[in-house]
Design a protein around this ligand. Structure first.
Ligand SMILES: *Cc1c(COP(=O)(O)O)cnc(C)c1O
Length: 484
């Protein structure tokens, strides 16, 4: 039966001759129509194979509609802007840091024409692509030299490979972390060719643990920032200053993988005004503790030899792996052939240089870099956005939706500062006749995708991660005809 139906499906050529399908050729080129017919036919086959074949009937009118849908789909770009209403600021699945306007402008400026990417205009000879970033990174962090590669995972791999291939690297057991997306310190270590020497226990590592692990084969001491988890209770860590001294005494470099790598100490701005804006959880009003994340400058000042961090986490720039440190270490890394394989392109240089430039003025950075702006938005401002959205949603579709403003918490995300709660304002929506799960899916699969979260059986929009125009997109969705 199924075989019979499959055999009877019309061929692409005969379909193209059908007058109803041929009409499509007037609007679209032949290869696009042919491809759409093929995809639609594949789906018919799946339908025949997958369901009760006795109910299946090939209908040319329905089939044409399916082909039209396929044509429409093929014209749409797969990677597109989405509304992030999750409240997770560095949402790894949603592309981490949104770029600042000036980074974007520079990206367009530099990449629509030619650029002096590797050309020294003063001397008229070959230059270095890293030269556009190195002076800025040095002046912002206080380091001697700098280099930027594809991402921080690449940065860690490259540093380990350069300094420790075939040799031993000492790491505390409490720092053998897994970052999302299959980045695990022991795995990266193995791929770099370095031999991992674990010291201490899961919860406690002491300076003497490092001391007794030193051998003539030791070529690096590595400190990894626990970006995405924290340990409480009976714990002990060795301060970076002590590791630096141990390294100096034994002539062994010390590396610090910082992960997020913040250049601004946010805890200075997360003052009382931000954290007393009516934060409420299980009936408790009051201040939320502010966690101080170590800055990149802290590590440089402590005398660490080489530091790595991401470009698109707390820094708020494009995806990149930033390596800063002592001159001789950075020089050695630049000479490693692996550097060529991990190098950044002009788009990254353009966006990163413009982002770093903003940091020359700290207050400007808090204002212009989206990640920093979102992180320091006052609850009072979020309340204003919430009221605006509420107003836009009230009375839509005959009062079908039950809309209210709630207190809630946003997250830093991107595996950074997991324990830091950031008070925020949420707009919660309940619709008659549609479950929260279905509504959440409808929002997500809308032509302007809206990613929201579900909390206590309601779809909620967190005001903190919305950017300009997003409120209009959300109200536009609810004004739209069929929500189901
Ligand atoms: C995020 C992170 C990485 C990986 O950085 P990417 O830029 O995502 O490659 C490595 N180490 C630590 C500690 C991190 O937090």
């Amino acid at each position: 039966m199924k075989k019979e139906l499959l055999r009877k499906l019309p061929a692409v050529d005969s379909l193209l001759k059908d007058s109803k399908i041929a009409l499509l050729l007037k609007e679209r080129s032949r290869p696009i129509v042919v491809e759409a017919i093929r995809t639609a036919l594949d789906k018919e086959r799946e339908l025949i194979k997958g369901s009760d074949a006795t109910l299946y009937r090939f209908n040319i009118d329905e089939f044409r509609k399916k082909v039209e849908t396929e044509i429409e789909k093929s014209g749409k770009l797969s990677l597109a802007r989405v509304v992030n209403a999750t409240g997770v600021i560095l949402h790894t699945n949603l592309g981490r840091a949104p770029l600042s306007v000036s980074a974007l402008k520079n990206l367009i400026e530099v990449s629509t024409g030619y650029a002096n990417l590797e050309f020294d205009l003063d001397r008229g000879e070959r230059g270095e692509r890293y030269s556009h970033l190195e002076p800025l990174l040095c002046s912002l962090t206080g380091s001697e030299a700098a280099l930027v590669v594809n991402n921080n995972a690449a940065a860690v791999l490259l540093v380990l490979n350069t300094l420790a291939e075939g040799k031993e690297v000492i790491v505390s057991r409490g720092e053998l972390v897994e970052i999302g997306g299959s980045f695990r310190i022991p795995d990266v270590m193995r791929k770099s060719g370095a031999r991992l020497v674990e010291v201490g226990t899961t919860n406690r590592t002491h300076l003497r643990d490092y001391e007794v692990a030193l051998t003539p084969e030791t070529s690096l001491i590595m400190k990894v920032h626990r970006s995405n988890f924290d340990m409480v209770g009976f714990t002990a860590d060795v301060p970076i200053q002590d590791l630096v001294r141990l390294g100096k005494d034994n002539n062994i470099p010390v590396m610090n993988d910082l992960g997020s790598g913040s250049i601004i100490d946010l805890s200075r701005y997360w003052g009382l005004s931000l954290f007393t804006g009516g934060a409420k959880r299980s009936g408790r009003m009051g201040t939320v503790p502010v966690i101080r994340e170590p800055t990149v400058q802290d590590s440089v000042a402590a005398g660490i030899d080489v530091i790595t961090f991401s470009g698109d986490k707390l820094l708020g720039g494009p995806q990149a792996g930033i390596i800063i440190g002592k001159k001789e270490v950075i020089e050695a890394i630049k000479k490693n052939p692996l550097t060529r394989a991990l190098r950044i392109d002009k788009l990254t240089v353009a966006a990163l240089e413009a982002t770093l430039k903003i940091y020359m003025d700290e207050l400007k950075a808090l204002h212009e870099i989206p990640v920093l702006r979102m992180l320091t938005l006052q609850v009072a401002d979020l309340a204003k956005s919430a009221r605006r959205l509420l107003k836009g949603l009230r009375g839509i579709q005959g009062g079908r939706f039950d809309v209210s403003i709630r207190d809630g918490f946003s997250q830093v995300g991107g595996g950074a500062m997991p324990l830091q709660e950031i008070p925020t304002k949420l707009v919660a929506i309940k619709a008659k006749g549609i479950s929260p799960d279905r509504l959440e899916k409808k929002l997500r699969t809308n032509s302007n995708a809206i990613v929201a979260r579900i909390e206590r059986d309601e779809v909620v929009f967190d005001m903190r991660t919305l950017i300009e125009g997003d409120i209009e997109i959300i109200t536009g969705f609810f004004k739209g005809a069929s929500i189901g």
